[in-house]
Design a protein. Structure first.
Lengths: 145, 154
């Protein structure tokens, strides 16, 4: 079912709609403003905890309950798991990510949604995030396939 | 402690925004089965340009198309918010902070296997202990860095 052109188009539309609702919410929650993230990290406004808490609560239902009720996602072939293994290099990555996050208050999602709201400054952040991901591949991907 | 001092801008924008963010990520999962982390897009996108084996790995090639559509949706969502005339304060940060910070964010998110959406929302909703450890790690270094930057007056 998931391989017919019509269902693939529907899957693409659902993916686009998911991104739109996500990006719209990032703007509504003010998380597209780096200043909002920084004022959370410096304990001036704890709003980010509410944003994250509500988003996680909704997804606990989606991730824990829906796969028990439905055999397959509505349009796809299977509920996928995030591939992740916690090791030293992952923790090092978390430390580096946290440093960048604390310095400029940008995350990958809000950088994209923020550009959509017309904040052209974030194009610098977007280019730098892409460069960082490239550097990661060049440094860590050598000898790996 | 007075709750108003924890939330000087109120809580409603955060609750509504968080619900929309959650619904967007949940919609992707229940329709397509995909966990909606954003940061893998920034590696997968390079597979269109770079022939190096790392960027040509199967997981990037098979996901780069939907990740691009999802990223496009994020940009459109922000644009729609502004087009509807909804309120948003301006934002100004020095370019050097965005450039240096962005470099660490891109490198760190990829080395760490995810960012605030991948580990913070999808990983936590999957009850992944590893993701919870990652969230604690980047929260701790993020808080320490933000205080350092504030203390130095940068």
């Amino acid at each position: 079912m998931s391989t017919t052109p019509a269902s693939r188009r529907l899957e693409g539309l659902a993916t686009l709609a998911s991104g739109v609702v996500f990006g719209f919410g990032l703007a509504w929650s003010t998380m597209v403003r780096p200043e909002s993230i920084i004022s959370f990290l410096t304990f001036e406004d704890f709003g980010l905890l509410i944003v994250l808490g509500v988003a996680v609560a909704i997804n606990l239902l989606a991730y824990q309950l829906v796969p028990r009720l439905w055999k397959k996602p509505a349009l796809g072939s299977a509920f996928q798991r995030r591939p992740f293994a916690l090791d030293r290099s992952a923790v090092a990555g978390g430390i580096l990510f946290g440093f960048g996050w604390g310095l400029c208050g940008v995350c990958p999602g809000p950088a994209l949604a923020g550009i959509g709201t017309g904040n052209a400054d974030l194009l610098v952040a977007l280019a730098a995030i892409l460069a960082g991901a490239l550097l990661h591949g060049l440094v860590c991907g050598r000898g790996k396939s | 402690m007075n709750p108003a001092s924890l939330f000087p801008n109120g809580v409603s924008q955060y609750a509504v925004g968080g619900a929309l963010i959650g619904l967007g990520v949940a919609l992707l999962y229940v329709t397509t089965g995909r966990p909606g982390g954003v940061s893998t897009f920034f590696s997968a996108a390079w597979s269109w340009l770079i022939r190096m084996p790392f960027f040509r790995q199967e997981s990037f090639l098979e996901s780069r198309q939907w990740r691009l559509v999802y990223a496009l949706g994020l940009v459109l969502g922000g644009a729609l918010y502004v087009a509807l005339g909804l309120p948003l304060e301006a934002s100004h940060l020095p370019a050097w902070k965005l450039a240096l910070g962005g470099l660490f964010i891109g490198f760190g998110a990829r080395l760490g296997g995810g960012c605030t959406s991948g580990h913070g929302i999808c990983g936590m909703a999957s009850l992944s202990v590893g993701s919870m450890a990652m969230v604690i790690t980047f929260l701790a270094t993020g808080i320490a860095t933000a205080w350092l930057v504030k203390g130095l007056g940068l």
